[in-house]
Design a protein around this ligand. Structure first.
Ligand SMILES: Nc1nc2c(c(=O)[nH]1)N[C@H]1C(S)=C(S)[C@@H](COP(=O)(O)O)O[C@H]1N2
Ligand SMILES: [Mo]
Length: 245
């Protein structure tokens, strides 16, 4: 058993049944600690900024399925869709010196990164796709994070089961070189089912972290006050916040 497997086994034991136990308040702290340990261990094993594996073009899946919300059935989104998303904006705010409102043209004018990676959904499927977009780190640098910023919240245009989808990550992941705001998939514009016109790629974490239909990025000191305070739509329903692969 190599170190990675050993740690995965230990952590699996530690965190098994978290969802149930975590529902009881006194255990919530212990669950948080185990999750923190997972994050620290995950980073300790791979070094400071390990890259997720990247694949050759031959590995790209024939169809990258859509999952969760696969459309945003609102008049506003329909109007954007009809206009080819020409007027879509990504606002960058919160604990920043210079709030930004980026147009699609602004997003495309930034230096781009293209990466072929595997997306793993907890529901038990994977797909390999080629994603293109600007890295998040330089966008945050342009906005100028204030010293209190510790997390980044990602806001989405869709509701899932009636609640706004949202996500978050810490600054280590926000500044990871493979963390990009993707507007292209497999060489074409991002399809609606995959989050058009913008979606996050957070390659070292599970599928639910990769927020689609992105409208805003907000630097914050704490995850409190967003949804139920657990840092994401699925996290508010019991999934781990740090969903390292
Ligand atoms: N806005 C938004 N982002 C989302 C979801 C969603 O329902 N809404 N589902 C998540 C889940 S669980 C997965 S697996 C991926 C699916 O991405 P895909 O539709 O491109 O396959 O998007 C994630 N991001
Ligand atoms: Mo997923």
């Amino acid at each position: 058993m190599n170190r990675r497997n050993l740690l995965a086994t230990l952590l699996g034991t530690l965190t098994a049944g978290c969802t149930k136990i975590g529902e009881t308040a006194p255990f919530a702290w212990a669950v948080d600690q185990a999750e923190g340990l997972h994050r620290v261990a995950h980073r300790a094993i791979g070094g400071p900024r390990p890259l997720a594996r990247e694949y050759p073009p031959s590995a790209i899946s024939a169809d990258f399925r859509g999952n969760g919300s696969t459309d945003v059935p609102t008049p506003a989104y329909r109007a954007h869709q009809a206009a080819g998303f020409a007027d879509w904006r990504l606002v960058v705010g919160g604990l920043v010196e210079r709030p930004l409102s980026l147009s699609m043209a602004d997003i495309r004018a930034l230096p781009q990164r293209t990466q072929i990676t595997r997306h793993d959904c907890v529901e038990g499927w994977s797909a390999i796709g080629q994603w293109t977009g600007p890295q998040l780190g330089p966008i945050l640098d342009r906005a100028g994070l204030l010293p209190d910023a510790r997390f980044v919240i990602f806001r989405c245009a869709d509701l899932l089961y009636g609640a706004p989808y949202y996500e978050s990550c810490d600054l280590t992941d926000a500044f990871h070189p493979q963390t990009i705001i993707a507007h292209r998939l497999n060489g074409g514009d991002l399809p609606v089912k995959n989050g058009a016109p913008l979606r996050l790629r957070l390659e070292r974490q599970l599928g639910y972290k990769h927020a689609k239909y992105l409208t805003g990025i907000q630097a914050v000191a704490s995850l409190d006050g967003f949804g139920d305070g657990n840092g994401g739509f699925w996290e508010d329903r019991g999934y781990q916040w740090y969903a390292g692969i």
